[in-house]
Design a protein around this ligand. Structure first.
Ligand code: FAD
Length: 570
């Protein structure tokens, strides 16, 4: 029997490094200075090289990770100035028949089948009596428009009557994870890695640090960011660029204040991330409690930095006066194998796809969960490494396909960028095949090779949002629907009634956040909180891994892709 690994060294102290340290310290049950600790974890972080400093929107899996690593919801909201996110609002990505841009939301809650059939078929054939497709299946759009929170005041911690994710301050989040990890006994070394020493078999034997010298290692986690200093540098693992599929290779970021303030904080906070298409890419807008994070993701082949800056500041108007956006070059693609020898690349060193669907932190989370699932001993079995690399690569390719979908189905002709995005960029074979199928039928499970994050229902929401099927009598005319036009109209009216009741019962987003931050009193008897939220979640913290938290959906989709796909890993 090979020796167990007793020491993990993480290099890099950005979100990836500290997220990994936090989850592993919980998994190995570490307690500070405890003689029974079976694992030692060291995190080495340069005091001179800054973190990327962006990455402020998440997907719904985050609340599970916070709970499983024992983080209190109040601490999280307060420390990270967090807010709720119910989906992504896409503005100006597509235009209607008259060339007028329109918006759609990609929500975290998707639809149930209606009389055995995907509601997208009915919507495509009969429309929604004035409601968008999303408004017939989910409260996300209405909550977003009314700037309401996703659960009642007085709810139990982490309760989720509807799926939600968070917006958070990336810098404060990493700091919070650092404090918690160090509190559990993770050793923190502030020093620069200068180079590495390789053993006879090519593995990393030691890391040489500028001030503190040689640091012997067993398992190494490379969290050094876009440079991938160990995986791509020392181990020379090939980086597979996605540039033939995705044009955007630069971003600029800036923070702006909320447009209207009161003495209790911002007047309103939208519970959605906004993505507004511009001339050579798109702009994100992530509203936190105390400020808004915004930026422009663009293609350097279509805009110089100066041109992009002018265009972005124009979009911001008065809010951008005096702002000096920071330019961030992006390496888009994935390292061929994230795990090589005794090194695993997690975070930007493993790969990155533009942040259109806020997937990077989720990929970090999954990388750590898979590391735990396939944790090796000192013999580093090839089978474990291969399986890990297969699933990790599969997730990158899955996200790539979903992001490519947004460009492949764009129909703007007003700038060369949008024409190139549609006509010059390659569509990955897996997506191209599916797009051919989806000309004739709605997405189903069997269409997708990998669906860790994006289910068929989520694809449908984007196809419907882009109005691919709407009111096309010729579309799938052969399919006999179980409901006729009048029955569908009644169904939509019933759905709208239920959704509006739910939305009316929800509080203002700012009021909910103030309560979660401990700035206002929780109501003591909130009947609604009991009925809507009480049944959905286990509250509080989860001291030990091995107890996956399964969620009981209420008005969510019957197929909860995030939970179903990965909920049993810890
Ligand atoms: P970094 O933050 O770059 O950290 C690298 C670390 O390595 C630093 O601590 C640095 O000091 C250390 N280091 C480097 N060299 C050395 C050395 N020689 N010695 C010692 N230490 C060293 N993700 C989301 O989930 N949602 C989003 O909305 C989102 N938006 C994004 C927008 C943009 C424009 C970009 C570029 C990224 C976005 N991301 C988003 C991704 C997210 O920012 C990253 O996944 C996340 O921050 C993790 O980064 P990291 O820790 O891998 O790298």
């Amino acid at each position: 029997m090979a020796e167990p690994i007793k020491h993990i060294t993480i290099v890099g102290g950005g979100t990836a490094g500290w997220f990994t340290a936090n989850m592993l310290s919980v998994f190995f049950g570490m307690q500070k200075n405890h003689p029974g600790n079976r694992m030692r974890i060291t995190l080495i972080e340069s005091p001179n090289i800054p973190t990327v400093g962006v990455g402020e929107a998440t997907v719904p899996s985050m609340s599970r990770s916070l709970q499983q690593t024992g983080i209190s919801e109040t601490d999280f909201f307060k420390t990270c100035n967090a807010s709720f996110k119910l989906g992504v609002d896409f503005a100006n990505w597509n235009v209607d028949a008259k060339g007028k841009p329109f918006s759609y939301i990609n929500p975290f809650n998707t639809g149930h089948r209606v009389s055995g059939i995907d509601p997208g078929y009915y919507y495509g054939r009969f429309g929604g009596s004035g409601a968008s497709f999303v408004q017939t299946i989910s409260p996300a759009q209405d909550l977003g428009m009314m700037r309401k929170g996703p659960r009642p005041l007085g709810s139990k911690p982490y309760s989720e009557p509807v799926n939600y994710a968070y917006h958070l301050d990336a810098g404060l989040f990493a700091k919070m994870l650092q404090g918690i990890s160090v509190g559990r006994g993770v050793e923190h070394i502030l020093d620069d890695m200068v180079d590495v020493e390789r053993g006879e078999d090519g593995s990393i034997a030691a890391i040489n640090l500028k001030e503190t010298g040689r640091h012997e290692v067993e398992l190494v986690i490379d969290c050094t960011g876009f440079k991938g200093l160990i995986i791509n540098g020392a181990l020379d693992e090939h980086f597979i660029s996605y540039d033939k599929y995705l044009a955007n290779d630069r971003a600029m970021a800036v923070q702006i204040p909320h447009p209207e303030q009161t003495e209790n904080g911002p007047k309103f906070i939208e519970p959605v991330t906004r993505s507004t298409a511009l001339g050579a890419g798109w702009s994100w807008r992530v509203p936190l409690f105390n400020r808004i994070g915004t930026g422009y993701v663009y293609s350097s082949a279509h805009r110089s930095d100066d041109e992009a800056r002018d265009e972005f500041l124009d979009l911001l108007g008065d809010a951008g006066k005096g702002a000096e956006p920071r330019v961030i070059p992006m390496r888009v693609g994935r390292t061929r194998n994230s795990w090589v020898k005794n090194c695993i690349a997690i975070g930007l060193s493993g790969g990155f796809i533009e942040p259109l669907e806020s997937t990077a932190i989720y990929m970090i989370e999954m990388a750590v969960r898979w590391l735990i699932a396939y944790f090796p001993d000192q013999s580093y079995p090839d089978s474990l490494r291969k399986r890990y690399n297969d699933v990790a690569s599969g997730l990158y390719d899955e996200v790539r396909d979903f992001i490519c979908l947004h460009y492949a189905l764009g129909n703007r002709t007003d700038s060369q960028y949008w024409i190139d995005a549609r006509e010059e960029l390659e569509v990955p074979d897996s997506l191209a095949e599916n797009l051919e199928v989806w000309k004739h039928a709605m997405p189903v499970m069997t269409d997708l090779k990998s669906q860790h994050l994006f289910s068929p229902e989520v694809y449908t929401a984007v196809l419907q949002g882009k109005r691919i099927y709407q009111m096309r009598d010729d579309w799938n005319a052969g399919l006999s629907l179980n409901l006729n036009r009048e029955m569908w109209r009644k169904h939509v009216s019933g759905q709208r009634h239920k959704i509006s009741q739910f939305v009316n019962a929800m509080p203002d987003h700012v009021a909910l956040l103030r309560e979660l931050r401990g700035e206002t009193q929780k109501p003591t008897d909130n009947a609604l909180a009991g009925t809507l939220a009480g049944s959905t979640q286990q509250a509080g913290t989860v001291p030990l891994p091995g107890l996956g938290i399964r969620k009981t959906p209420t008005i969510k989709t019957p197929v909860a892709p995030l939970d179903a796909a990965d909920g049993n890993l810890l």
